[in-house]
Design a protein around this ligand. Sequence first.
Ligand SMILES: NC(=O)c1ccc[n+]([C@@H]2O[C@H](COP(=O)([O-])OP(=O)(O)OC[C@H]3O[C@@H](n4cnc5c(N)ncnc54)[C@H](OP(=O)(O)O)[C@@H]3O)[C@@H](O)[C@H]2O)c1
Length: 356
Amino acid sequence: MSSVPYTYETSTLMDGVVALGVHAFPQDALGDDTVVIEPHYIGICRADVKEVIGSRDVMGDRGPLFGHELVGTVSFSGAGTGLQKGDVVTLNPNITPTRTTGFAEYVFVHGTKEVLEQAVIRVPEPEIQNSIWMPEPFACIVHALRKFLELTNLPSLAGKKVGIIGAGCAGLMFAMYARHLGASVSVFNRGEMRRTFAREREILTEDEIHSLEDAKAHQNEFDAVIVAPTVSSTDILETAAAMAADEAVLLVYGGTRKGDSFPLGQRDVDAIRREERIESAVHNGKRLGISGAYGCSKEDYEEGYRLHARHPHEFPLERLASRQIGLDDFPALIMGMATGAEDYPGKVLIGIGAQR
Ligand SMILES: NC(=O)c1ccc[n+]([C@@H]2O[C@H](COP(=O)([O-])OP(=O)(O)OC[C@H]3O[C@@H](n4cnc5c(N)ncnc54)[C@H](OP(=O)(O)O)[C@@H]3O)[C@@H](O)[C@H]2O)c1
């Protein structure tokens, strides 16, 4: 770094409370194995909110997710990192727990060159800073559908009818990618706000977005049902199973916790999701596959960049951004989201470098 600051602003999450504070800049941390990123934009993910509430199981191998969706510039790269000062990068939070939160003016990531190559990923689109979208959640969607094709031995989704539960960021990106892979999509969302958002932003057509209540009118209809709400509860999995045709496959993507099962007491859906397996089950006389996907890899980011660059009309990821705030307003906003007092469709972004 040309001039190392004495202090920097960073958020902390402690005992369910998010605070922003000025902390000493850890000058000792600038070693050969360190990359320092100055975020331009950070996205708020539902997983961040869950960590505030304490309703998410944190995996030891990758650590907490709080503040993991970001696009920023490398402002310091240690000699052994393989990165360069000035590189525009994003994070893959699935690789190492030795990183600090993205809800900050600086993010510190430590690791070997091999680890950092997977964890700190260059963004090939310079224009992303003016037309912002979040590579990490899209890479997870790319990963999940590629894994689904692999587990089901399908070359594509051509001609398939895909039902999606949840029109949050995940559900809308699943709709984009499933359509790209040849499927017809129907997205079912509980509340009106996200349905209106999907229509008004022209992410989904009138025929593609439905109330979750309407799922009852679509029983036995879908070749695949993607379960992408905040939590893959038993109720929602029951709805997904009812929507599925005989021999259809469910893709469990929304949150699960240790011990969750579906059909109740039969299949360990938390393990299926985290270990990315497919298992068969018979439920109400119907033969179903139950599959899962979890996280993403560098290749999924690269495929995400390729899809966005080559097919911008099919992947209007920028339209997911619904609101932009500054870092100062972040603690109150996420605490409001945690209590349920505030809710926004699409993606809320925090502009940091963009504010300077
Ligand atoms: N498997 C993976 O690798 C992976 C990666 C990233 C995220 N995820 C999961 O994906 C989930 C969704 O992420 P997101 O970014 O789409 O979140 P989001 O934008 O906050 O959307 C949340 C969605 O869940 C719905 N929902 C919440 N509670 C519900 C309920 N009780 N019944 C029916 N619908 C309900 C919401 O519907 P309303 O509009 O009605 O509130 C909304 O559609 C996350 O919570 C996380 O668990 C998984």
